[in-house]
Design a protein around this ligand. Structure first.
Ligand SMILES: Nc1ncnc2c1ncn2[C@@H]1O[C@H](COP(=O)(O)OP(=O)(O)O)[C@@H](O)[C@H]1O
Ligand SMILES: C=C(OP(=O)(O)O)C(=O)O
Ligand SMILES: [Mn+2]
Length: 548
C-alpha cells in the first residue's frame, strides 16, 4: 500500500504553522541553513522531537529529554561582553565575567559556520507579561525540544497578526552541538553562555540544560528593567483571596516553585518577576519545577504536571517498557526538572500580573539547621538579608556541586543572574517596600534539629502553615521572641504548627553545639557583608547579626 494513502506528510514537510521564511536570521549572519521551523505549536514540535529521536514520551504524554553532560547551569562558563553600552552598568564581580568583543565575534563566526546546512527552530516570544515592559525575544534552537521548552516558558504572541509584526529586541541562540575550543575561542572550556548587550545576542553552546535558556532571558531582563525603574526579581509570586500579593525570593532549591503553588492562592509565576509602578508581573509564562522526590500528597499541583502532554521532563529516570517515570531516582542527577505552561496549575492567574505585594518572603534553605522557621524582619533587616542572599546550595543545579550543601551568599537571592550592582536592586526594593507598605519575612525551608545529615528538613506542611498564617495576617501582633543572634522577631506560636518548631535551639540535642554553629554562621554573614558596607545606608549595614 502506498504510504501516502492518508496524504501524510513527514513532519518536516508539514509547514502549516510556518509563518515566515528565514527572514530575520539572515540579518544575524545565519545563512545556508537547511530548514527553519518558525513558531511551531507544541504538537508539531512533539512530532519533530520524536522524528529526530531527540526525546521519548512518558506515561500520559510528557516528553523525556536527556540534557547530556550538563544537568545544571554551567555558572563558571557564563560571560558578559565588555563593551561601551553596558560596561559602566555591569557589576563586574564574581558572577559577571567579562568577554572581549573580539572574542565574542570570533566565537559567533565559528557558530555561524557550525550552523550551515542545519535545521533551526525559532520561537518568537516575550519576556514580561506587562505590555509596558515586555521584551520581544527570539529563541533560536538547534533542538526541537528546546523550542517546545521556549513555548512552555515564555509569553506567546496572541495572534498570527502579532507574529507577523514581531520584531525581536534580543535573540538567544541555544546550540548544544556547538563546542568552543578554548585554545581558539579563548573560553575557559568547551561550554559557553555569552551575553552581548550591544548586539542584543546571547550564544549558548555545548549544553542542553534548558534552564540556561530561561536564565539567559532573565539576565537580559535584570539588565534592562532596572534602567526603567522596574525591580527585576528572582522570586515566585502569588495572590491571596484578599487580593494582596506575595513575593517569595530564594536561590535555587529554596522553595519558590513549591511554595508558590498553593491551592489557596492564585499563582502569578514561579521564578522571575518585575515590580513596576503598575504592580508585579511575571517575566515568563511557564514553570520549571525541581521534581526530585516529588510527592503527590505534599505537592499535588506540581505532581499532576508530571503526567500531562506538553510537560517536558529533564533527566527523569523512566522504565522504557512501561514508560512510567521514577521521580525518586537521582541516577542522572538530583536536579531533575519539569517545565510546563503556567496554566497547567489550576489556580494560575492568567494575566500573570498582580497588585503591589503586601508581603515579601525571603526563603533560605539553612543547612546549618540553626535559623528559625519564620521571622519578621524590619525594613533594614529586609535589605540586609536581601543583599546577603544567604542559603545553602544543594546538589545539582550548578556544575561542580557535591552532595553536601554548601553555604553561599548570593546577592538578591540570584547572584548568577543579576547584572547591576546589588545595591541597585536593593534601592529599588527599599523604595517599593516603603511606598506600598510591604511586610518582610525570613523563612527557613532548610534543616532543623541539627545540620544537614543530622537534623531533618522542615516539612512542607509546616512551612506552608507558617506562610499562610503570615500572609493572612494571623501573625500580626503575635507574641514573639527576639532571635539572640540576628535580632529579628520570631512568633512563639502559629496555627497548625507545634510550638517546638518555632524554637530551633530546643530541637538540637546539644545547646552548646547549636550556639557555636549559629555564631559561626553569623561570622560568615559579617565577613560576607563587608564588601557591601560602603554601598548601603549605615542602618542597613547595622541590621546584621551580632556575635557577642
Ligand atoms: N519545607 C520545605 N519548603 C519548600 N520546599 C521543600 C521543603 N522541604 C523540602 N522541600 C523540597 O525542596 C525543593 C524546593 O525546590 P523548588 O521549589 O523547585 O525551589 P526553587 O523554585 O526555589 O528553585 C523541592 O524539591 C521541595 O520538595
Ligand atoms: C532554573 C533554575 O532556577 P531555580 O532552581 O531557581 O528554579 C536554575 O537555577 O537553574
Ligand atoms: Mn523554581
Amino acid at each position: 500500500m502506498p504510504n501516502n494513502l492518508l496524504n501524510l506528510k513527514t513532519p518536516a514537510e508539514d509547514q502549516a504553522a510556518v509563518l515566515k521564511a528565514d527572514y530575520g536570521l539572515a540579518q544575524l549572519g545565519l545563512s545556508n541553513l537547511r530548514k527553519v521551523y518558525w513558531n511551531l505549536p507544541t504538537e508539531a514540535l512533539y512530532e519533530e522531537v520524536i522524528f529526530r529521536g531527540e526525546a521519548r514520551i512518558s506515561h500520559q504524554g510528557p516528553l523525556l529529554a536527556d540534557t547530556g553532560q550538563h544537568t545544571g547551569r554551567a555558572a563558571a562558563d557564563k560571560a558578559i561582553v565588555r563593551e561601551g553600552t553596558s560596561e559602566a552598568k555591569v557589576w563586574w564581580g564574581p558572577y559577571n565575567r567579562p568577554m572581549a568583543p573580539d572574542t565574542f565575534d570570533a566565537l559567533f563566526a565559528r557558530l555561524q559556520g557550525y550552523l550551515q546546512g542545519r535545521d533551526l527552530f525559532v520561537q518568537d516570544c516575550y519576556g514580561g507579561a506587562d505590555p509596558d515592559y515586555r521584551l520581544p525575544v527570539r529563541i533560536v534552537t538547534e533542538l526541537a525540544w528546546h523550542s517546545a521548552f521556549a513555548r512552555n516558558m515564555f509569553i506567546k504572541p496572541a495572534s498570527t497578526e502579532e507574529y507577523k509584526r514581531f520584531v525581536p529586541e534580543f535573540t538567544i541562540l541555544a546550540i548544544p552541538g556547538f563546542q568552543a575550543t578554548p585554545s581558539i575561542d579563548q573560553t575557559p572550556g568547551p561550554t559557553t553562555i555569552a551575553l552581548n548587550f550591544d548586539q542584543k545576542l546571547c550564544l549558548i553552546g555545548n549544553t542542553a540544560y534548558a534552564g540556561e535558556i530561561k536564565k539567559s532571558v532573565f539576565t537580559v531582563m535584570n539588565h534592562l528593567l532596572p534602567l526603567q525603574g522596574v525591580l527585576s526579581m528572582h522570586c515566585s509570586a502569588n495572590v491571596g483571596k484578599d487580593g494582596t500579593s506575595a513575593l517569595f525570593f530564594g536561590l535555587s532549591g529554596t522553595g519558590k516553585t513549591t511554595l508558590s503553588a498553593d491551592p489557596t492562592r492564585g499563582l502569578i509565576g514561579d521564578d522571575e518577576h518585575g515590580w513596576s509602578d503598575n504592580g508585579v508581573f511575571n517575566i515568563e509564562d511557564g514553570c520549571y519545577a525541581k521534581v526530585i522526590g516529588l510527592n503527590a500528597q505534599a505537592e499535588p499541583q506540581i505532581h499532576a504536571c508530571t503526567r500531562r502532554f506538553g510537560t517536558i521532563l529533564e533527566n527523569v529516570v523512566y522504565d522504557p517498557a512501561s514508560r512510567r517515570i521514577d521521580l525518586d531516582s537521582d541516577a542522572r542527577t538530583e536536579n531533575t526538572r519539569a517545565s510546563y505552561p503556567l496554566d497547567f496549575i489550576e489556580n494560575a492567574v492568567l494575566s500573570k500580573m498582580g497588585p503591589h505585594p503586601k508581603h515579601i518572603v525571603l526563603l533560605t534553605c539553612d543547612a546549618s539547621g540553626v535559623m528559625p522557621p519564620l521571622a519578621r524582619l524590619s525594613p533594614e533587616q529586609a535589605l540586609y538579608h536581601f543583599i546577603s542572599g544567604y542559603t545553602s546550595k544543594l546538589a545539582g543545579t550548578e556544575a561542580g556541586l557535591g552532595r553536601e550543601p554548601e553555604i553561599t551568599f548570593s546577592p538578591c537571592f540570584g547572584g548568577p543572574f543579576m547584572v547591576h550592582h546589588p545595591a541597585v536592586y536593593a534601592e529599588l526594593l527599599r523604595r517599593k517596600m516603603l511606598r506600598h507598605g510591604a511586610t518582610c519575612w525570613l523563612v527557613n525551608t532548610g534543616w532543623t534539629g541539627g545540620p544537614y545529615g543530622v537534623g531533618k528538613r522542615i516539612s512542607i506542611k509546616h512551612t506552608r502553615a507558617l506562610l499562610n498564617a503570615a500572609l493572612e495576617g494571623k501573625l500580626d501582633g503575635a507574641a514573639c521572641y527576639r532571635d539572640p543572634v540576628f535580632g529579628f522577631d520570631v512568633p512563639k506560636h502559629c496555627p497548625d504548627v507545634p510550638d517546638g518548631v518555632m524554637y530551633p535551639a530546643e530541637s538540637w540535642p546539644d545547646r552548646a553545639q547549636y550556639e557555636a554553629r549559629y555564631r559561626s554562621l553569623a561570622a560568615r554573614f559579617i565577613e560576607n557583608f563587608k564588601k557591601f558596607e560602603a554601598e548601603v545606608a549605615p542602618e542597613v549595614a547595622a541590621a546584621g547579626p551580632r556575635v557577642g
